[in-house]
Design a protein around this ligand. Structure first.
Ligand code: ADP
Ligand code: MG
Ligand code: MG
Length: 479
């Protein structure tokens, strides 16, 4: 089936002079409002460069956008319940744990802290559910994945509608602005951190952001700090790597995590989601120490486990949603956003999935239990990998997913250092909806949808992570 095509909000191409002029303005707007990242090639802490962005907002059907917004609290609650169902998580992950050391390490920490007795029953989730529209299903949204750890770009994305409005006005198309939804993801996400901080209830406590050795996506992270500092001047925020946490923190006799003489109220992980972020046992020790502590973790380790691809696949199996949600209208709405997801375990279903994918590899994506982009296999790679792993236990570390073919739109991508003006190219967009949830096993204290992000990539690129340098920031133009 060929891909559908949406018309861009302004007919393209733009006239050369107009285009060059508006890109120059847009770049300055971006730089001056923190639509930026640090340069990976020429790293310095003294400068940021523009983050890649799409010049004009990309069309997105209003009904599908609204659906994604409305589903967010349902999905938040579902994932909260999954995370607190020990039996389901254990059963779902057991085969993957035997071959995936990283997930096994996370899982071991979870078992350890449970056996010792949970010191902090409250979890904080700053989630993001991601969608592509599916040409084969009337351009309806299908869930790509559900992120429970370090879901990024809420902050920068909150600035994008204003940037698009500015650009449209410069092009004398201010009349289009009415079709662009506001985005308050930043204040919404920060409200979750602040609420968790207040639940912790110790006035001298601090907030700890767990960060990478080098934060390229610094604007997105710092905006959270600025926002919290502005809203709540009493809250001090520290940024530490896992290695620094190993060196600089301790647990006191009340199991409080002590940093710089203060108990830590909330730990917000912007790192710790991939193996490279744990280069030695020190980082794992630090992670365990944090999980043992009374700090409210964002995410708690069981939230992180619930966000694995394996859990996503298990939830698509017959009867799984009903187990958590009963047979309601909401259950049907959630099932409707699932696309084909298949286990590769060593059973009848697994064997069938392997054969199906080898026979028709182009139709599938092969996904390991990883986050952060760049880990999946597509097309020919799917076949090669499955032929290699057919009889190896290794295959249980992966899931198989039907490939979603989103509609195309023409547009301009503005990238740092790229020639101006850029060519008109074919693009596809991925929508992310942010959610905040706070709760214990028995009680959900807060649950809300807080905003969105749109990132757009070249139509022929397999993946489109912005931080990975493939995608571009965008905002929806509702049609
Ligand atoms: P990660 O946790 O690494 O971000 P994702 O599941 O989001 O993993 O996959 C990364 C990217 O791969 C997505 O942003 C999307 O561009 C592409 N992708 C993932 N699953 C599919 C799919 N089923 N069909 C088409 N593209 C997909
Ligand atoms: Mg992810
Ligand atoms: Mg993703």
């Amino acid at each position: 089936m060929s891909q559908a095509r949406f018309a861009s909000c302004i007919p393209l191409p733009l006239e050369h002079k107009v285009l060059v002029n508006v890109i120059e303005k847009a770049k300055d707007w971006a730089l001056m409002h923190g639509v930026g990242m640090r340069d990976k090639k020429h790293f310095t802490k003294d400068a940021i460069q523009i983050a890649p962005f799409v010049l004009l907002p990309s069309p997105f059907p209003r009904t599908e956008f609204t659906k994604a917004i409305e589903l967010q609290t349902v999905l938040n609650e579902l994932m909260h319940k999954v995370a607190h169902n020990e039996e389901f998580l254990e059963h779902t992950l057991q085969n993957a744990l035997q071959v995936d050391e990283f997930t096994a390490n996370l899982y071991d920490i979870w078992v350890k802290v449970r056996n010792e007795g949970i010191t902090q029953s409250v979890s904080l989730g700053l989630f993001r559910s991601d969608y592509l529209m599916h040409t084969a299903d009337q351009n309806r949204i299908k869930q790509v994945e559900f992120n429970t750890v370090a879901a990024s770009f809420g902050a920068i994305s909150s600035n994008l509608p204003a940037m698009s409005r500015y650009i449209l006005r410069q092009l004398n198309r201010g009349d289009l602005i009415k079709n662009m939804p506001e985005n308050r993801a930043l204040s919404g996400l920060c409200s979750g951190i602040i609420e968790a901080y207040d639940l912790f209830g110790i006035p001298s406590a601090v907030v700890l952001f767990v960060v990478e050795e080098v934060s390229y996506n610094i604007c997105d992270q710092r905006f959270h700090e600025f926002e919290i500092s502005e809203t709540r001047p009493d809250i001090m925020i520290f940024r530490k790597t896992l290695n620094e946490i190993y060196e600089e923190t301790e647990l006191n006799d009340k199991k409080q995590l002590i940093l710089d003489g203060h108990p830590v109220a909330v730990v917000y992980y912007r790192s710790g989601y991939e193996p490279a972020q744990y280069p030695s046992s020190r980082e794992w020790d630090a992670r365990l120490r944090v999980e043992r502590s009374t700090a409210i973790k964002c995410p708690s380790i069981h939230y992180q486990l619930a966000g694995t691809k394996k859990v996503q696949q298990a939830l698509a199996a017959a009867g799984a949603l009903e187990r958590f949600m009963g047979s309601s209208a909401a259950t049907t709405r959630v099932r409707d956003i699932f696309t084909g997801l298949y286990s590769l375990d060593f059973d009848e279903n697994g064997e069938r999935a392997v054969e199906m994918a080898i026979a028709d590899a182009e139709r599938f994506v092969l996904k390991p239990q990883r986050e952060g982009g760049g880990n999946n296999l597509y097309g020919e790679e799917v076949r090669d990998a499955l032929l290699r792993m057919r009889h190896s236990r290794e295959r249980a570390a992966y899931i198989l997913m039907e490939r979603i073919l989103p509609p195309l739109v023409s547009g301009y991508v503005v990238r740092p250092g790229a020639p101006v003006p850029p060519q008109v190219v074919d693009l596809v967009s991925e929508l992310g909806i942010f959610g905040v949830i706070i709760g214990t096993k028995d009680k959900i204290i807060s649950n809300r949808q807080v905003g969105h992000m749109l990132r757009t990539k070249l139509a022929d690129a397999d993946e489109g992570g912005v931080a990975a340098g493939l995608g571009a920031l965008d905002s929806p133009y509702l049609i």
